[in-house]
Design a protein around this ligand. Structure first.
Ligand code: ADP
Ligand code: ZN
Length: 736
């Protein structure tokens, strides 16, 4: 059901048949009669479906294959701008690409409550001119609260809380004329961002990059640019100028960030550059704010959105620029529900509306690197760090030559280096990419490892929470004192390092140092985490111990030493991207050191100092690494030089899931016809999640093979039991 091009937009008169795509899981559009007053193509509508009213979009002319008289009418047209043809096309193409049913795609594009509600009003409270005849302590507190915040309006709840009074006290003051009660629309436009405010004075490198980007923007044609530069080289400043050019041209911009914890710092930078804060869209935003953002984006009253991947599906009226910051980050791949890669979808969306894409990264994905090689993307590079700071030196600590007891992880060499930093009043960061205290809890009596009851995964001890946790399904339980299998008492031992355990070791090694452990699960909210990171960066700790969280974009000016506890961790998985991930992560972690005036050094503890990835990291030889990695992937015919799809079947019934997997593996004509190969069925690397057994098939094809159509035809051949779930992941990023 691809959207057809049209201009001017089609209009349907009352009674005309329209095809409506709803958000309900149906495999086709439904016919309705256009309502009184008619409707445009793309209109958001409410339609009857059985006894319910559901949301939908007018997707085309009705098919007319039912008795006209029995067809029901659209209930109403929602008071929002119709979905334009490029957005309909985007949804249709994204659905085709990811093999996602259209209704699920439409749900992504309408994920805000109350979209159809008329602009609702609420009461707000401000300071009036009169003073009440009778003054009480409570009343005085209300007035003081209003005075403290100048002309700001409060809701009743906010004001009562700020003044620590009951709402009736406020109402009393309204009666007395001391407080004004005013109706105000709930969804306010976002404050104006002024692109004409002065930016920073750019370095020559930056100015060249900005020049190339703004020229492209002026042409209003689609283009993707890979903006490469080490952390701290000034990429953010550069793309802020591209945002300025986009806003200056009257178009909207979107900046995607991989991690909510990063948004706060970025919002502050936007405010400094443009004089106001942009709209936000991510899981930390309230439902009310979501609706406001959705509506204002649709009315063109939000110039800039900063958000997570699903912000791609907002109803922009004139999108001119999408920035994907840290474009290599794995969190851009949605791994639940609709499986899409926001980086690729950003490129698709931009290409449909004549917008620019900027992919910013210090360590681009091999996909983007190869698109540059192929001439599809432009490449801009910032070659030096901004100001005096240098990329740190990187060196290996050969763990084969260190003597270390089995349950300790900081080598004597690294210990001595940290000691030097302590003496000099500088910060050290010790990095380990494992949350919790220890990855394995082992019974010393029977040798069993404590596993999750619902998944085929080990439970990870989190001492901070005093529980064992499954990192797969999130299930937790108290740390047992008795072995669940052999019932021996007090024989359970924590095995292997986690960030919390490293914290204990370091505290013992450096009793006088201030040690801080930074891990996402230790802070209740993104805000608390952000506050903690800021305090650490300002010098509140001498030694910071962190997981991959710290690898992402934060500034630590006092940091001069980075120690990577286990540089080999990422090299062990069977994942085709293991080498790439390790390379990126190590580079980023190392990029934390020496961001200010003082040069930094990074040390990698490794048992394989001669491994090609470790050697490339140490040499800082990026092009060398990518060229070698590209050659290997080309030879193996895997992404980005071949196409892959992962098919995961899951069911509570292990026999059923293997039977269906077998049947699928035996009837592969639609796939072999396009030259694709099918591997499996095999137990998925995580063979059970939340009580469902998982079996995986892998499909591999040439880069140009029409894999989606073949997959769809292949899957259609099978009648799947209702207990079985099938998911198809095109271009899988992780293999689990
Ligand atoms: P990146 O995004 O590549 O990590 P940033 O844009 O965040 O780099 O720049 C790193 C630091 O240098 C930031 O604190 C930023 O404010 C500063 N900076 C970058 N460019 C300039 C400039 N032209 N003038 C002044 N400060 C700059
Ligand atoms: Zn589990």
């Amino acid at each position: 059901m691809p959207a057809a091009a049209e201009s001017p937009p089609l209009f349907f008169d009352e009674g005309d048949l329209v095809a409506v795509l709803t958000t309900q899981p149906l495999d086709r559009t439904l016919d309705y009669k256009a309502p009184e007053g008619g409707c445009f193509m793309g209109a958001f509508v409410e339609v009857p479906l059985g006894p319910r009213k559901v949301l939908g979009v007018v997707w085309g002319k009705g098919a007319g294959d039912f008795d006209y008289n029995k067809i029901r009418s659209v209930i109403r047209v929602l008071d929002v701008a119709p979905m334009d043809v490029s957005m309909r096309e985007f949804i249709a193409r994204a659905a085709d690409y990811t093999l996602t049913p259209l209704p699920a795609m439409l749900r992504l594009a309408t994920r805000a409550p109350g979209l159809g509600d008329p602009p609702s009003m609420r009461y707000v409270y401000r300071l009036g001119d009169a003073r009440p005849a009778r003054m009480t302590d409570a009343r005085a507190r209300v007035i003081a609260a209003l005075e403290e915040y100048g002309g700001l309006a409060f809701t009743l709840k906010e004001l009562a809380e700020a003044a620590d009074v009951t709402p009736s006290v406020v109402k009393g003051l309204v009666k007395a004329g001391a407080v004004l009660e005013q109706a105000s629309p709930r969804d306010l436009p976002f404050p104006h961002l002024d692109p004409a405010l002065p930016g920073k004075t750019l370095s020559a490198d930056q100015a060249t990059a900005v020049g190339a980007l703004t020229q492209a923007a002026a042409r209003r044609r689609y283009q993707t640019t890979l903006l490469k530069g080490v952390t701290g080289s000034g990429k953010t400043e550069v793309y802020l100028e591209a945002v300025a050019a986009c806003l200056g041209a009257g178009r909207q911009a979107l900046v995607l960030l991989p991690e909510i914890a990063l948004t706060a710092e970025f919002l502050t930078r936007v405010e400094a550059r443009f004089g106001a804060r942009p709209a936000e869209w991510h899981s930390g935003v309230t439902m009310t704010e979501r609706r406001r953002t959705w509506k204002m984006v649709g009315q063109g009253n939000a110039q800039l959105v900063v958000g997570a991947r699903s912000a791609l599906f907002l109803p922009y009226q004139d999108l001119g620029l999408i920035v994907v910051d840290e474009e290599h980050d794995t969190s851009y791949k949605q791994e639940d529900g609709v499986l899409y890669n926001a980086r690729d979808m950003a490129v698709l969306r931009a290409s449909l509306v004549g917008a620019q894409v900027i992919l910013a990264s210090a360590t681009p994905s091999l996909e983007s690197w190869s698109n540059v090689e192929a001439g599809k993307y432009q490449r801009l590079e910032l070659t030096s760090r901004f100001g005096a700071s240098q990329m740190p030196d990187m060196r290996a600590i050969d763990m084969r030559a260190e003597t270390l007891p089995g349950d300790r992880w900081v080598s004597p060499t690294l210990q001595a280096l940290v000691q030097q930093r302590l003496a000099a009043g500088e910060q050290s960061l010790l990095f380990i990419n494992r949350r919790g205290f220890a990855p394995v809890t082992l019974c010393r009596a029977c040798g069993q490892q404590v596993g999750c009851d619902h998944c085929d995964a080990r439970m990870v001890e989190h001492r901070f929470l005093k529980r064992l946790m499954c990192h797969q399904c999130g299930e937790t339980k108290p740390v047992p004192t008795v072995c669940p299998s052999c019932e021996a008492e007090d024989r359970l031992a924590a095995v292997g390092p986690g960030v919390e355990r490293l914290g204990e070791e370091v505290t013992a090694l450096f009793p006088d140092a201030r040690v801080a452990v930074l891990s996402s699960d230790m802070y209740g909210s993104a805000r608390a985490l952000k506050a903690q990171i800021e305090a650490l960066a300002a010098g509140e700790a001498d030694i910071i111990i962190g997981t991959q969280l710290v690898a992402k974009g934060h500034n630590f000016p006092l940091l001069t030493l980075v120690g990577v506890i286990d540089a080999d961790l990422g090299l062990q998985g069977g994942d085709l991207r293991a080498a790439e991930r390790t390379f990126q992560l190590m580079r980023q972690v190392a990029g934390r050191a020496g961001r200010a005036e003082k040069p930094g050094v990074a040390y990698l503890q490794t048992h394989q100092p001669d491994h090609p990835v470790i050697k490339a990291i140490l040499a800082g030889d990026e092009d060398g690494f990518w060229t070698a990695e590209a050659a290997e992937r080309k030879a193996a015919g895997v992404p980005p030089y071949g196409r892959m799809a992962g098919i995961v079947l899951s069911s509570p019934d292990v026999q059923e899931v293997f039977d269906v997997g077998q049947a699928m593996a035996q009837n592969v004509v639609p796939l072999t016809r396009i030259g694709a190969q099918v591997f499996g069925p095999a137990p998925a690397p995580i063979a059970r999640i939340r009580g469902r057994h998982r079996v995986r098939l892998l499909v591999k094809a040439n880069k140009t093979a029409p894999i989606q159509a073949a997959l769809a035809e292949w899957v259609r051949q099978f009648k799947l039991p209702s207990t079985l779930r099938l998911s198809i992941d095109i271009d899988p990023q992780s293999f689990y």
